[in-house]
Design a protein around this ligand. Structure first.
Ligand SMILES: NC(=O)c1ccc[n+]([C@@H]2O[C@H](COP(=O)([O-])OP(=O)(O)OC[C@H]3O[C@@H](n4cnc5c(N)ncnc54)[C@H](O)[C@@H]3O)[C@@H](O)[C@H]2O)c1
Length: 256
């Protein structure tokens, strides 16, 4: 396991679920942590856990859909923490509904958080990596960013977009010393997003995560820690010859 002592990581949406596990894992490996979050109360709890690990932590209240907020909050984070070595674009939402009938507000909200958010935060944090000729970005896509799923069309479209952004940024920034990769998680439980999806499935009599886990080759749903381990690897020097990759972490649910 690579130690990352002295590195500084900015993570979006680190108050819950996968983002929280990523923040704690990077802190355990020696990183100081900056958080851009909507839910400040939950973020404070994660910050306390990070401090208990002996790392520095800075939180900025920020809605990643709002470019002005992202610019202001990112500048404040960088001022407080110094240069940022690692950016994890994790904040995301899921809204379900068939494409022909889904609410247009849900469509817009998905793209605003899952795609525009990544665009805004990347443009606010990455330029100082380019200036220093070093850095690593990890984006959260999904196995649903690799194939369509009924009821998840808009969410899938945003996660396909993350792969396009990752591959393009990797080509643009590779010559400047910045690596850009993505993780494509499968069915991950113990997150707010999964709890909301479970409610949707239950209402429609569709199979719940526990049932679906039986058809996953590794016979279990994933946990936030499974994703955090891969994000930490991609952000570390152990992955120094990887860029533009989208790594499946699905227990074999998806291998395309
Ligand atoms: N849970 C899964 O099964 C799963 C599967 C594949 C991919 N993912 C992806 O992993 C990422 C994390 O998902 P999760 O399941 O941990 O979700 P979660 O709902 O548990 O956590 C999402 C976090 O993002 C924050 N957030 C939401 N909107 C925001 C905004 N506008 N600005 C700032 N912060 C905002 C929330 O406050 C929360 O802390 C997402 O990008 C998601 O698409 C999750």
């Amino acid at each position: 396991m690579a130690q990352m002592t002295g590195r500084t990581a900015v993570i979006t949406g680190a108050a819950h679920g996968i983002g929280r596990a990523i923040a704690l894992t990077l802190a355990q490996r020696g990183c100081d942590i900056g958080m851009l979050e909507l839910d400040m109360e939950a973020a404070q709890q994660v910050a306390a856990d990070i401090k208990a690990l002996g790392r520095k932590v800075t939180i900025q209240s920020c809605d990643v859909t709002k470019p002005d907020q992202v610019t202001f909050a990112s500048a404040a984070l960088l001022k407080a923490m110094g240069p940022c070595d690692i950016l994890v674009n994790n904040a995301g939402i899921c809204r379900m509904g068939d494409l022909l009938t889904m609410d247009e507000t849900d469509w817009r909200a998905l793209f605003a958080v899952n795609v525009d958010g990544v665009f805004h935060v990347t443009r606010a944090i990455v330029p100082q990596m380019v200036e220093r000729g070093t850095g690593a970005v990890v984006n959260l896509s999904s196995w649903m960013g690799k194939s369509g799923h009924p009821g998840y069309g808009a969410y899938c479209a945003t996660k396909f977009a993350i792969i396009a952004l990752t591959q393009t940024l990797a080509l643009e920034l590779g010559p400047k010393g910045v690596r850009v990769n993505a993780v494509a998680p499968g069915l991950i439980v113990n997150t707010v997003m999964r709890d909301e999806a479970e409610d949707y499935m239950q209402e429609r009599g569709l199979p719940m995560a526990a049932d679906r886990a039986q058809s996953i080759p590794l016979r279990r749903a994933g946990l936030p820690q499974d994703i955090a381990n891969t994000v930490a690897y991609l952000a570390s020097d152990e992955a120094s010859y990887m860029t533009g990759e989208v790594v499946n972490v699905t227990g074999g649910l998806w291998n395309g």
